[in-house]
Design a protein around this ligand. Structure first.
Ligand code: SAM
Ligand code: SF4
Length: 315
């Protein structure tokens, strides 16, 4: 599959729910989201059907996300069906890990390869203040995933005045353990955009301060630039969506929990795929349409931000 700029699109991100048990200040509106009726959401069977058409059309990389994907009932079954799609070379999930400890082994057995786990602080009180959650649950989840043999990357959002005093602790983790840490620049998205503007901290500032050494990317389409610290076992990635654009290499398309294709995280453009699917139509023309309207790049640097909150898009 190619978009109208000739970019090969082979990476599908599926949001299975926009609900979350956490309230990260940069992501979710404080009062949460209104729970949708069952029929407003794609069923797991519909998600599988759409994904399998995408795979027939050339997708070979799938990530499950949300909201918090582990809140979705039957998720392990979806992972199992996706895991059986032979052409899928990489099946991963992004999670806050709070509900992971008793599901990690099942997920691994079902064919999940890797997890990206969000962790913005190693301090219990700060963790509660940022997300409303309990750090112990997350640490247990990370241990269970590691014991189950799942690949793990830690996603840490850079928050000025909140976690900038802990950056070295995270770098040190990647030095001592073969864990990749990925620092993410805050993006102003949806109703939490002003928090993101207020707490923005650039990746370059951290790279300079800690004198990090750039290393080769293992995936040319990955938005993360990789660095190492001398003697480090893991790597340190930076996703600098705000200070550097990487849109030229974008290979992604997103499916939202309420059944829209979103060709770009930072654009309000979307294509309804749920309605034609439920009418029994061929969904391929709608996939084609989404590829046609995929914008070349985001307009965040020009001060534009989108309406949907991150938990409703699928980060
Ligand atoms: N609940 C799961 C989690 O937290 O990992 C999956 C969904 S969450 C929306 C996916 C990722 O988006 C997380 O790593 C989170 O830190 C990131 N994220 C959310 N809002 C963001 C924002 N405004 N700027 C940058 N990253 C954001
Ligand atoms: Fe929930 Fe993830 Fe958003 Fe935090 S970042 S509120 S864990 S969806």
């Amino acid at each position: 599959m190619k978009d109208s700029f000739g970019r090969r699109i082979n990476y599908l991100r599926i949001s299975v729910t926009d609900l979350c048990n956490y309230r990260c200040k940069y992501c979710m509106p404080e009062d949460g989201v209104t729970k949708k009726g069952r029929s407003d959401l794609l069923s797991l069977e519909e998600i599988y059907y759409i994904s399998h058409i995408f795979v027939e059309e050339g997708v070979d990389k799938i990530r499950i996300t949300g909201g918090e994907p582990l809140l979705r009932k039957g998720l392990v079954n979806l992972v199992e069906s996706l895991g059986q799609l032979e052409s899928v070379k990489d099946l991963s999930m992004t999670t806050n890990a709070s509900l992971l400890s008793d599901k990690a082994v099942k997920l691994k057995k079902s064919g999940l390869d890797r997890l990206n786990i969000s962790l913005d602080t190693l301090d219990k009180e700060k963790f509660q203040a940022i997300s409303g959650g309990n750090l112990d649950d997350v640490i247990q989840g990370i241990k269970a995933a590691s014991d189950a043999g799942l690949g793990i990357k830690i996603n840490t959002v850079l928050l000025k005045g909140v976690n900038d005093d802990e950056i070295y602790d995270f770098i040190d983790l990647s030095k001592k353990y073969p864990i990749d840490i990925r620092f993410i620049e805050l993006m102003p998205i949806g109703p939490t955009a002003s928090y993101a503007r207020d707490k923005f901290l650039s990746g370059d500032e951290i790279i300079e301060t800690y004198d990090l050494r750039k290393t080769e990317k293992d995936d040319p389409n990955s938005p993360a630039d990789l660095y190492k610290i001398d003697g480090g076992l893991g790597r340190i990635g930076f996703i600098k969506a705000m200070s550097h654009k990487f849109c030229g290499d974008c290979n992604r398309i997103r499916l939202t929990a309420d059944g829209y294709l979103k060709p770009c995280l930072h654009s309000d453009k979307q294509v309804d795929i749920k309605t034609p699917l439920r009418r029994g139509e061929d969904i391929r023309p709608y996939i084609k349409k989404a590829l046609e309207i995929k914008p070349y790049d985001h307009k965040l640097l020009e001060g534009k931000s989108i309406k949907r909150s991150m938990n409703r898009i699928g980060g």
